[in-house]
Design a binder for this molecule. Structure first.
Ligand code: FE2
Length: 209
């Protein structure tokens, strides 16, 4: 897979932004599948989600063809970026450890959190408001916000947060230690994203037993 990605490198931390153009033709099918999934498992699970729905976190093991396809797309893109960032050989072991869906209705948000001990984490936007009208002090509803791990701000460093307004088909990949949150979403149409964690096989195998 040939990919185009930008390394945003905020706070000296790699934050990759890439796009998955193949998603567009299958987006509608995916939205239908995920909303049906929410209907059958309306409780979901509780993580950083506040009022939002968080699916079970092993969707990478689903037999649903659209989810198998998406898992493969995320794995190809994510593993290539991780190998590039860490200078790992092509045969290094990279595992997709979890994959889940987030559906945020009006007023839902995700509290600040990190994804340790997973080495790399990410998000892929499936159905979001790409052009929110309201923006307060540089932050729009539904923005993804990252926090500087050394949040001292001025005069030592730049602003201690950075926020991104999501676009459908955009994928962000970042180290699992990086704190982030999702700003409240104020739209009647649900905001749908997929999130995932990667593990490095070589790290997993290096623990003393
Ligand atoms: Fe997260």
């Amino acid at each position: 897979m040939s990919i185009k990605a930008e390394n945003r490198l905020h706070f000296g931390v790699p934050i990759f932004e890439a796009s998955l153009p193949a998603l567009e033709s299958r987006r509608e099918e995916l939205v239908t599948t995920l909303l049906q999934m929410r209907d059958t498992d309306s409780q979901g699970i509780a993580r950083s989600n506040q009022r939002g729905w968080h699916s079970q976190d092993a969707l990478h093991k689903s037999e649903e063809p659209i989810l198998k396809w998406l898992t493969d797309q995320i794995y190809q893109l994510g593993s290539q970026l991780i190998r590039h960032s860490e200078g790992l050989p092509a045969d290094s072991s990279i595992l997709l450890g979890s994959l889940w869906a987030n559906v945020n209705d009006f007023g839902a948000w995700n509290a600040p959190h990190a994804h340790l001990p997973c080495e790399w984490s990410g998000v892929l936007y499936i159905d979001v408001n790409e052009d929110p009208q309201e923006k307060e002090n540089g932050i729009a509803p539904g923005d993804l916000m990252f926090f500087d791990p050394v949040p001292v701000g001025a005069p030592y460093r730049k602003s201690s947060t950075v926020s991104y307004t999501p676009k459908n088909g955009t994928l962000f990949l970042f180290p699992g230690y990086l704190m982030h949150m999702v700003a409240p979403h104020y739209d009647d149409k649900p905001r749908i994203s997929m999130a995932f964690n990667f593990r490095l096989g070589d790290v997993l195998n290096s623990f003393a037993r």
